[in-house]
Design a protein around this ligand. Structure first.
Ligand SMILES: *Cc1c(COP(=O)(O)O)cnc(C)c1O
Length: 377
């Protein structure tokens, strides 16, 4: 067994050297004056929030962004002292924590701006804020055609510093950019109105990874990249950057090997029956670890070959057919996500099996599955 493997014979492996390469490639690819926000919410989509944040900072991230105040506090506890942006809306109790820990939050209405200013005044501080403009996602933010009065009020509120204005695309990574371009136009209208009213902000930002790749006209001052440095593309059709590679693999060892006799059944629900002698292996990983709950569907890589899943997989175990891989032995490594030899199971393949998107597959590996970090030298 390799010395990096944990004692549990199933784990997530993160290649930190490749993450560093991905950041290098991203920084080289982007136009020079364009800055970026390192988005590391939800444990950087299951890759490890603090490690990804530290690397993003090394490569010049203007902000690190998360979604919950707890995530932001974890960054602070890990000595990330620079600008941290917290996406979404904040409760009054959260506003106080944001001011105390110098977390940059959003205020998207006049009432919350007043509330935050009061908290800041009470603590003898001023608070940097961003305003989110809703240009069509209908999620967070003030509707584009009502944004100017809010922006004015925030800019004029003593104790607040209007540092940024942003919007977010509903669809930036598919071929049809019609709605994305309409959202971009709406955001441009808001920016033009701000200029007429002499409202200045340091940072205007609109693009996630899809927008960064495919909508250069919407880059503005910063792009918000989450999935890109992880080496995964948001869709199958967006622009590719040569050299970028996924850094997450999921692996398990062959914990049992058994010979099936004709007529033997495999797994819960008796979904597989051998019609001839077959050799199967048991992997101690299942849907309780985040693998899709499949029946006789999907494959894993063993000795660079595809071994089909047989039977219904369980919370803690799954069976794979290794009849065609005679060299397979007990405790050999199986790859459930990632590369082995020339073969690869990519995240989009697992997403299809799970009926979901790549983001959900990456972030969906549960906490009980150990993380192993391959060193970045
Ligand atoms: C998650 C998130 C991002 C990052 O999106 P990627 O597609 O992973 O780059 C950017 N902006 C906001 C507001 C987000 O919530």
């Amino acid at each position: 067994m390799s010395k990096t493997a944990p004692s549990r014979p199933a784990w997530v492996e993160i290649d930190l050297a490749q993450m560093r390469k991905n950041f290098e490639i991203f920084v080289r690819d982007k136009p020079d004056p364009l800055g970026f926000i390192g988005v590391v919410k939800d444990e950087a989509y299951g890759h490890g929030m603090v490690k990804v944040a530290q690397t993003a900072i090394e490569f010049g991230a203007t902000y690190i962004a998360v979604v919950t105040v707890d995530e932001a506090l974890t960054l602070r506890q890990n000595r990330i002292t620079g600008p941290v942006l917290v996406f979404g809306e904040r409760t009054p109790a959260e506003l106080e924590i944001c001011v105390r820990h110098d977390l940059t939050c959003f205020v998207n209405d006049v009432e919350n701006a007043r509330r935050l200013a009061k908290v800041a005044h009470h603590l003898g501080k001023s608070a940097a804020v961003h305003v989110e403009v809703d240009t069509g996602l209908s999620r967070h933010g003030v509707r584009w055609n009502h944004a100017l009065p809010v922006l004015k009020a925030v800019a004029q509120t003593e104790g607040l510093k209007l540092e940024g204005v942003m919007s977010h695309f509903a669809m930036s990574d598919e071929l049809d950019k019609t709605f994305a371009l309409q959202q971009h136009q709406r955001f441009e209208q808001v920016l033009a109105a701000m200029q007429e009213n002499k409202l200045r902000v340091k940072y205007r930002h609109m693009c996630n990874t899809g927008g960064f790749l495919d909508l250069p006209q919407a880059h503005f001052d910063l792009v918000r990249t989450g999935i890109l440095p992880l080496g995964v593309y948001p869709s199958q059709v967006c622009r590719r950057i040569p050299g970028l590679k996924p850094i997450m693999s999921v692996k398990a060892r062959l914990a049992v090997i058994r010979e099936l006799q004709p007529g033997d059944l495999v797994g819960y629900g008796m979904r597989y029956q051998a019609t001839e002698p077959r050799r199967i292996a048991v992997l101690q990983i299942g849907y309780g670890d985040g693998y899709p709950r499949v029946r006789n569907q999907g494959t894993v890589l063993i000795h660079g070959q595809r071994a089909p899943v047989v039977g219904g997989n369980a919370m803690d175990a799954m069976m794979v057919d290794i009849t065609e891989i005679p060299q397979a032995q007990l405790w050999d490594e199986a790859v459930l996500l990632g590369r082995q030899g020339d073969a690869e199971i990519d995240v989009h393949e697992l997403a299809k099996l799970k009926g979901t998107v790549s983001y959900d597959v990456l972030a969906g590996w549960r906490g009980r599955l150990p993380r192993v970090y391959l060193p970045d030298n």
